[in-house]
Design a protein around this ligand. Structure first.
Ligand code: PFF
Length: 448
């Protein structure tokens, strides 16, 4: 079985569509349907949405292109890629940071993904258990966390191309259709209008530097940027491929799904007089209520949580793949050993996050950013570390490797790129680093 993945790792995606689906699979996940709505809710709605879209366009896209280009040029994992481009330089640290960030994100992400898995069963069984009680039950949440971790290992071990690529092709369009059905239901609920204005009518007076950082962090998290996932996936791209248009498709699909999730959550939330700033439990509280209000909601609900679990799985696979490809390429581990050991480590690291969701109440109410262990991990690794990683990747591409060399790589599959390379150059050298650094500095000042 492990031979399969070996083929993908040294080889290429089966087609351009295959790559777009796999990369979109990495990007589309809990970040879009769980994280985006709750972060938007906490940061005031529409103004956050506008900032988020700007971050994707101005910062996310150039860094996406930079990561894919580094990957395809070097055909390596994030650490090896930087070593190929600048041998012996301290820039390799950026690669190590990516691997480490991947491990930590995977640890708490799988906890949430486990809940999603459990909600399939909960919907089928028509259980009335609340989200708080569900996560506070160690006999439910820990085995689900473990089950999801094992599932991720089996996929990464068993073959990304034959497994994930084929599944994603069928299931992503199904998820899209289901979201459309749910949007129609949500916006036609009585009182949905208030939710639509919360989500779509910006009030910039409430925007602070924290809002901007949250938007930036969400853009990186959602697009899987700042930790080398796209370097790893780019390393399987064919030279014939057009990196720029492929990257744009991935960003477009990812943003579309997030925006659609908001169109379901906020109208439904306001119709049911709930608090948009509810926090990480938002999706798990609101969606079941929508399903309860639809005829056949049970089946739709089951389908929804199933698809969400699969979307989460295509993301955890990419997280595990970053760490695995490093251990296999650079440390010459057997892939079979690497996946199990890394997943075991991530499981141990994720236990405090799982406990902090109600099993050990003290871990859920701490005087730290994010409020709980899980919230803190998400703040530190899902926000800060991705932003730091992204700024370093943009400086590395813009100033160290040089955009002219990146442009030469892009031009192989996109002969007309030369004319617009100056835009990428300007973005990567000036706009991305300055913007991200300013936000990070303000944030650090704000913390003291
Ligand atoms: N982009 C994924 C999501 O939105 O759920 C999460 C993620 C995957 C982040 C892979 C970072 C990463 F490298």
């Amino acid at each position: 079985m492990s031979g399969d993945i070996g083929k993908v790792e040294r080889g290429e995606w089966s087609s351009r569509v295959g790559f777009i689906l796999a990369a979109a699979g990495s990007a589309i996940g809990l970040g879009n349907i769980w994280r985006f709505p709750y972060v938007t809710g906490q940061h005031g709605g529409a103004a956050f949405l506008v900032l988020y879209l700007l971050c994707v366009l101005v910062v996310g896209l150039p860094i996406m292109v930079a990561e894919l280009t580094i990957g395809r040029f070097s055909r390596r994992n994030p650490v090896g890629a930087i070593e190929v481009i600048r041998p012996g330089s301290p820039w390799k640290i950026v690669g190590y940071m990516g691997v480490l960030t991947g491990i930590f994100i995977l640890s708490y992400y799988s906890v949430m993904a486990g809940y999603t898995l459990g909600y399939i069963g909960k919907t089928v069984a028509r259980s009335q258990i609340t989200f708080a009680d569900f996560t506070a039950n160690a006999w439910i949440s820990i085995p689900l966390f473990l089950a999801f971790s094992v599932l991720t290992v089996l996929v990464v071990q068993g073959g990304v191309r034959d497994g994930i690529e084929r599944w994603a092709k069928i299931l992503m369009p199904v998820l899209l259709c289901l979201l459309v059905v749910l949007i129609i239901r949500a916006v036609t609920l009585e009182g949905a209008g208030a939710g639509l204005s919360f989500y779509l009518k910006p009030d910039f007076s409430r925007v602070t530097i924290k809002t901007v950082l949250a938007a930036l962090g969400q853009a990186f998290f959602s697009l899987s940027l700042g930790m080398g996932a796209m370097i790893t996936y780019g390393s399987y791209l064919s030279k014939k491929d057009n990196i720029v248009t492929s990257g744009c498709y991935v960003a477009l699909f990812d943003t579309l799904i997030a925006v659609m999730a908001g169109l379901i959550i906020f109208p439904a939330l306001f119709a049911m007089h709930m608090d948009p700033a509810e926090g990480p439990g938002l999706v798990f509280v609101v969606f079941p209520k929508i399903f309860a209000a639809i005829p056949g909601g049970n089946v739709i609900g089951m389908g929804f949580f199933l698809l969400l679990s699969i979307a989460a799985l295509t993301s955890t696979v990419s997280l595990l793949e970053v760490v695995t490809s490093y251990l296999v390429d650079e440390r010459h581990w057997l892939r079979r050993h690497a996946v199990w050991i890394v997943a075991g480590l991530c499981f141990c690291l994720g236990v405090p996050s799982a406990l902090s969701m109600g099993i050990v109440p003290a871990l859920g109410d701490l005087p730290i950013p994010g409020g709980s262990i899980l919230g803190f991990m998400d703040w530190l690794f899902g926000n800060m570390m991705l932003a730091v990683g992204a700024v370093l990747i943009s400086i590395f591409t813009g100033w160290v490797w040089r955009v002219s060399r990146a442009a030469a790589e892009i031009t192989i599959g996109y002969p007309g790129f030369g004319r617009i390379s100056v835009i990428l150059s300007f973005m990567l050298r000036f706009i991305c680093p300055v913007l991200i650094l300013v936000v990070l500095v303000f944030l650090i000042l704000d913390a003291f």
